[in-house]
Write a new protein. Structure first.
Lengths: 353, 502
């Protein structure tokens, strides 16, 4: 029992179950999934659970990259939302050219994605160079792109808002005809499978953790800490591109100042909720990904009970504080001590009797 | 008691949980003398300085300044009493001007007279012949000048006792001479100077007296002319010269065949850590060692061979072929292993398991895309946990929860697993219980007899005599001698370390 409690993955799973239990008690219709037809006449599933796996996809993808960056560099990338704007804008620009309302796409979507991916990875590499070579604190280093990113994104399309009418582009953020489960969920699961394979068949996990725990020692064992840190930022860049594709596909357009706003904070939170130390070192990827879905479940639950979207962050903050305090080692130690005391007190009483 | 005594400490005791850092230490400083405080690591030099400057409070003992007792509870008390300290690392503010640094925190006035301050600073700098201007930003001066400014600040505060804690470590020869000039000037003004350093040459150049500490106890106070270098070294190391002279080396070194090509041969090697270019070679099955006092550059030499520090000159040959080592992985691929001096900082990866720590080096050599399977990793870990009898709950226990000796065995296992041709062990037995120490020494001799070449570094000379067949002696960051065969005795080692007139 105590082993389960000590396992790192316990906290996000427990949080998820707790939220589910809350919904089950208050209103079991939360779990209702119904089959409907969307505007294009395709069969689609709908319900709160579908919303969670749909909208939580981008967050889960970003949590993968953020976990690696956190582990290796002991800091976080706060430019993720801005980088999504840049990558999304790039994809639209490649698809549309200079014509903001094209009837046909100028390039295949695949090509646009690759270009967006390269751009996002290049910006990741830029952040990575600042952190690994120039040894700037990750939050400070990425503050640069955080500040400049959205204007760069607007500049890529001359501050115009391209709209894509080709329904095929909408598949990535919506539904593929005939498949009732939202596509983003498949993309997210694809990313999870890829990272699972990468962690299994390469030493990425061992190296990032070693560098994050003891850089000097890693270097003396032949690891190149500068390269590993840089690499994690580039990987996060790739995650950003995937998330950007989903985001722009959802709208078939872009809003530079609103797209993926504050998503970096949720991604960092997902890592923290997963019980991973934000100061770097050991990490648990599965816990981070579940952490991302916990955040989405929380958001969706709050929406369900008609919390106004302006007030949403405040409510979210309260729940997050509770979760984070609960997962803090000092709190957990205090609790286990408290429990021990109660037990100890009881046995004493028995002895007296 | 000396009538001329400026500062005297009597019967100082200070202990920390589990450690008696100072036991019944006396120290006397006279007016206008430069007094060296000497001792190896853990001798109690720093503790004594910190007691004197109020960083630590003493448990027992008396401090008197110019004949009257003083109570020093905080650094401010020390400053008011006229005791100033200049540390190795500059503790001033590099982004303020020289004058601001000299007067910072000393004025109670709300309004600062900048003009007077700058003029005062310039006057002081001039009188001490320090090449800096009052209005110059401190950061733009060389480290040596910054140190002198720190001294000028102390002098301006009418300090009677000036403590210089390893001030010369980051200075070049020229700068050291300038600093010595300043010290002599202050000496002439009647300031008493306590000089802490590990450079023997410098002690004999400027100091009048030496006080030696060892293991928290006073060894003695000596006039410089009465204490030849070799005596000083023996007092610091605590080896009685003649008692130990007849200990014979048990090493099997004489049987090493040194006629063939050396396994590793280095020529004119030097690194950014400031060691003088040195030559080095080691043959198959040989155990040799670097010896010298703390800070003499023994670790820096082996780090240069392994590519741990940036190498700036020299060539390395393996079995006669020139190889290029610019970073640790190059050395590893050429069959070199390195167990670093500081286990915590450079050795263990604390949060990772014993297993991951053991396989790390071999895994890195195997490559990023070829991780060991779980079964392989477990087999490696179990093999070495058994072979070196590492005491751990399981192979998955985080290494940081093991005792120091067992952590060291894991690091040793890490390198043995790579099956190196040449293994460097830098202080493998430091902070380890006696049993494990003997185990490691035996293992070194066994590995050598199986054909591995090993460089063994230790602060304990008898340990080196037991394992090494050849010793390279270092002083002040250069190689000053090489001892083997008949010459491998405590006496000979100490006299070579001391050098000079000995």
């Amino acid at each position: 029992m105590s082993k389960i409690f000590k396992n790192q993955i316990f906290i996000p799973v427990a949080a998820l179950l707790l939220l589910m239990l809350f919904n089950l008690v208050i209103d079991p219709s939360f779990f209702k999934i119904s089959m409907g037809v969307n505007s294009a006449g395709n069969p689609v599933l709908s319900g709160y659970l579908i919303t969670i796996i749909n909208n939580g996809s981008e967050l889960a993808i970003l949590a993968i990259g953020m976990t690696l960056v956190t582990a290796a560099s002991g800091g976080q990338d706060i430019s993720v939302g801005a980088a999504i704007a840049i990558a999304g804008s790039t994809m639209l620009r490649v698809l549309c050219g200079t014509n903001t309302r094209p009837d046909t796409l100028r390039t295949p979507i695949f090509v646009a994605f690759i270009v967006g991916c390269l751009v996002a990875m290049a910006f990741g590499a830029f952040n990575g160079v600042l952190v690994s070579i120039f040894k700037i604190q990750p939050m400070v280093a990425t503050l640069i792109l955080y500040t400049a990113g959205r204007s760069i994104a607007a500049w890529i399309n001359n501050n115009e808002l391209p709209i894509i009418s080709d329904p095929k582009f909408g598949y990535y953020g919506g539904f593929i005809p005939g498949i009732p489960i939202p596509t983003p969920f498949f993309i997210a699961m694809g990313c999870v499978v890829i990272i699972a394979l990468v962690l299994k068949f390469t030493n990425l996990g061992l190296y990032t953790q070693a560098v994050g725990i003891n850089e000097s020692s890693s270097r003396l064992n032949g690891i190149n800490p500068v390269f590993i840190k840089w690499l994690t930022f580039v990987i996060l860049g790739a995650c950003v591109a995937v998330a950007a594709l989903i985001k722009v596909s959802r709208l078939s357009s872009i809003n530079y100042s609103v797209i993926a706003k504050d998503i970096e904070m949720d991604a960092i939170l997902a890592v923290a909720l997963g019980g991973n130390a934000l100061s770097g070192g050991k990490f648990n990827m599965a816990a981070s990904i579940i952490g991302a879905f916990v955040i989405q479940t929380l958001t969706t639950t709050l929406f369900k009970y008609n919390v106004p979207s302006d007030a949403l962050p405040a409510y979210k903050a309260i729940v997050v504080i509770a979760l984070v305090v609960f997962s803090a080692p000092t709190f957990r130690d205090a609790v286990s001590k408290f429990v021990k005391n109660i037990k100890g007190g009881k046995s004493k009483e028995v002895a007296h009797v | 008691m000396d009538n001329n005594a400026l500062l005297s400490l009597r019967g100082i005791y200070k202990s920390f949980p589990g450690v008696k850092a100072l036991q019944d230490v006396d120290f006397t400083l006279r007016k206008g003398e430069i007094h060296a405080l000497m001792g190896e690591n853990g001798a109690g030099k720093s503790t004594l300085i910190k007691v004197l400057t109020g960083v630590y409070t003493k448990d027992e003992g008396e401090i008197s300044l110019e004949g009257s007792d003083v109570i020093i509870r905080s650094p401010e008390d020390a400053q008011h009493a006229g005791i100033s300290t200049v540390y190795q690392e500059i503790t001033l503010c590099p982004n303020l001007s020289v004058a601001e640094n000299m007067y910072i925190g000393r004025s109670d006035d709300i309004i600062q007279n900048w003009k007077a301050m700058n003029a005062g600073a310039d006057k002081m700098l001039k009188s001490l012949d320090i090449p800096a201007k009052a209005t110059q930003q401190l950061g733009s001066c060389s480290i040596a000048v910054q140190q002198m400014v720190a001294i000028a600040r102390a002098v301006d505060m009418d300090c009677k006792v000036l403590i210089l804690d390893e001030p010369t470590s980051s200075l070049d020869d020229n700068e050291v001479q300038k600093l010595f000039g300043l010290m002599r000037e202050l000496k002439a003004r009647g300031v008493g100077i306590i000089f802490v350093t590990h450079f023997l040459d410098q002690v004999y150049e400027v100091c009048d007296r030496i006080t030696v500490l060892r293991d928290g106890k006073l060894v003695g106070e000596y006039e410089i002319k009465d204490l030849p270098r070799v005596q000083l070294v023996s007092k610091m190391l605590g080896e009685e010269l003649d008692d130990l002279s007849d200990i014979k080396s048990e090493s099997t070194g004489s049987s090493v065949d040194t006629s063939g090509e050396p396994v590793i041969e280095a020529e004119g090697l030097s690194s950014t850590e400031g060691i003088r270019p040195f030559d080095f070679n080691i043959h198959k099955g040989e155990v040799n060692g670097f010896t010298g006092l703390l800070g003499s550059g023994r670790s820096e030499c082996v780090r240069a061979i392994f590519g741990a520090d940036r190498v700036v000159s020299g060539t390395v040959k393996k079995n006669g072929k020139t190889i290029k080592i610019s970073k640790p992985i190059d050395a590893m691929k050429n069959g070199i292993g390195y167990l670093p001096e500081d286990r915590k900082v450079d050795g263990i990866i604390g949060d990772l398991s014993v297993k991951e720590n053991i396989i790390l080096a071999l895994q890195v050599m195997k490559g990023f895309f070829k991780p060991f399977t779980k079964a392989e990793a477990n087999a490696f870990a179990d093999e070495y946990i058994k072979a070196l009898s590492i005491k751990t709950a399981s192979a998955d226990t985080p290494i940081k929860s093991l005792s120091g000796g067992n952590q060291q065995k894991c690091i040793l296992a890490r390198w043995l697993l790579t099956h190196p041709d040449y293994l460097i062990l830098d202080e493998p037995t430091r902070g380890i219980d006696v049993g494990t120490k003997v185990d490691i020494q035996k293992l070194v001799l066994k590995l050598a007899s199986e054909g591995m070449s090993i460089t063994f570094i230790s602060s304990e000379t008898d340990e080196m005599l037991r394992t090494c067949s050849r010793l390279i002696v270092m002083r002040d960051r250069k190689v000053v001698g090489e001892l083997k065969g008949e010459d491998l005795t405590q006496n000979k080692i100490m006299s070579t370390i001391a050098g000079g007139e000995a």
